[in-house]
Design a protein around this ligand. Structure first.
Ligand SMILES: C[S@@+](CC[C@H](N)C(=O)[O-])C[C@H]1O[C@@H](n2cnc3c(N)ncnc32)[C@H](O)[C@@H]1O
Length: 322
C-alpha cells in the first residue's frame, strides 16, 4: 500500500468516527455574523489554521477547495460566495465526501442563508483536479499538502496553479517543521497521514511554492502547532511543528526572484524627507513601509545605517511598496 492509499484509508475512518484533536489548533474556527457551525463540523475540524480570508473573497469568486474534510471551510467559503456551485470541493475519499454532504445538509437547517447547492462536492484528487485550466479565482487546502512527499507536493502545487486564473490565489494552511524531521518519522505513513511527520522546514516549503511558479507569497500566520516529544517519537530532542498560513499569487516571478512577504517593514531614518532606491521603492522618513524579504535585504545592504528593517511579524495582509 502506498502512503497515499494509507492516507485515504485513514481519512475514510476519520469520516465515520470523528477524531477530535486530529490536526486542529487551539483557536476556534473563524466565526462570522449569521454563521452557525454545526457541532459535527467542530468535531471534524481537521485543519491547522484557517484558509478563509475575507480580503481574498471579493467579487463572487469561484473557490476550489481540495480535501473537503467535514465541510467546515467549504461552508465558510460559501458564506462569502452564496451562489450555486461557487465552491467546488474535491476529495478522493468517498466516505469523507458523504460525511461532508451530510454535514452541509445539517448546516442548511441551522443557517437560513445557506443552500447546500452552493457547495459542489466532486471525487478527484489534488494531482488531477476535475476543472479546466485557469477556471477558478481561489484554490484552498488546509492541512493536506503537508502529507505529500516533496515530489508529490510539487505536482499538487503545479496542479493548483494550472486551474487558477491569472492573478488567482492559492490559500493554504500547513504544518512546517522547525528542523528537518528524521527519516524514521517521515517514513511512518500513519503519522504522515495524521499531519505529524511530512512537514518541511519553512525554507523548503517556501522553495516549493516558488518552484511551482508563484511570483508572490504572503504569510498570514505562523504559530506553534505540535511538539513531537523524545519518548513517543524516538527523538534526541523535542521537535516543534508550527502551523503556517499563506496566500500564493499566480503572478509571474520577477527577474530578481519571487516576493515573499513575512511582515517586514523598512523605515528610512536619514536626513531627507524621502528615500528613493530607484528600483521602485520610496520610503518616507520615520514611516514603516511593508517590504518583501528580498527588498528588505537589498535595502539593508544598499543603505546601511539609513534604513531600519523590522522583524518578520509572520502576518502580512497587503500594502507596501514591492
Ligand atoms: C487533514 S484532512 C483536512 C480536511 C479539511 N481541509 C479541514 O480543514 O478540516 C485531509 C483531507 O484531504 C483528503 N485527501 C486525502 N488525500 C487526498 C488527495 N490526494 N487529494 C485531495 N484530498 C485528499 C482527506 O480525505 C481529508 O478530507
Amino acid at each position: 500500500m502506498s502512503y497515499l492509499e494509507t492516507t485515504a484509508k485513514f481519512y475514510a475512518e476519520a469520516a465515520e468516527i470523528p477524531q477530535e484533536g486530529l490536526c486542529c489548533i487551539q483557536s476556534p474556527p473563524l466565526q462570522l455574523p449569521g454563521l452557525n457551525i454545526p457541532e459535527i463540523m467542530y468535531q471534524m475540524n481537521y485543519g491547522c489554521g484557517t484558509t478563509v480570508h475575507a480580503a481574498e473573497l471579493y467579487g463572487n469568486p469561484t473557490v476550489l477547495y481540495i480535501g473537503v474534510g467535514g465541510g467546515l471551510e467549504a461552508l465558510q467559503f460559501a458564506y462569502f460566495c452564496r451562489q450555486p456551485r461557487a465552491v467546488i470541493a474535491v476529495d478522493p475519499v468517498e466516505e469523507m465526501r458523504l460525511a461532508a454532504m451530510r454535514n452541509l445538509q445539517q448546516a442548511a437547517t441551522e443557517n437560513p442563508w445557506f443552500d447546500p447547492a452552493f457547495v459542489h462536492i466532486l471525487g478527484g484528487d489534488a494531482f488531477a483536479l476535475p476543472v479546466p485550466d485557469q477556471s477558478v479565482d481561489v484554490v484552498a487546502q488546509n492541512c493536506l499538502f503537508n502529507i505529500f512527499e516533496p515530489v508529490d507536493l510539487q505536482r499538487a502545487l503545479q496542479e493548483a496553479r494550472r486551474v487558477l486564473k491569472p492573478g488567482g490565489r492559492l490559500i493554504m494552511s500547513d504544518p512546517i517543521a522547525t528542523r528537518p524531521i528524521p527519516l524514521h518519522l517521515q517514513n511512518d505513513e500513519r503519522l504522515r497521514a495524521m499531519c505529524l511527520s511530512g512537514a518541511l522546514t519553512y525554507e523548503e516549503y517556501i522553495q516549493q511554492l516558488v518552484d511551482a511558479g508563484f511570483g508572490q507569497v504572503e504569510i498570514r500566520a505562523r504559530r506553534p502547532y505540535r511538539l513531537l516529544d523524545t519518548q513517543t517519537y524516538g527523538l534526541a530532542a523535542p521537535l516543534l511543528l508550527e502551523s503556517l498560513g499563506s496566500v500564493c499569487f499566480k503572478t509571474p516571478i520577477p527577474e530578481d526572484g519571487a516576493c515573499i512577504f513575512t511582515g517586514k517593514t523598512a523605515i528610512y531614518t536619514g536626513a531627507e524627507s524621502l528615500l528613493d532606491d530607484h528600483a521602485g521603492h520610496i520610503l518616507q522618513r520615520g514611516i514603516p513601509s511593508a517590504v518583501c524579504d528580498k527588498t528588505a535585504a537589498k535595502l539593508a545592504l544598499q543603505f546601511p545605517g539609513e534604513v531600519v528593517i523590522t522583524n518578520s511579524t509572520w502576518h502580512y495582509t497587503g500594502g507596501g511598496c514591492c
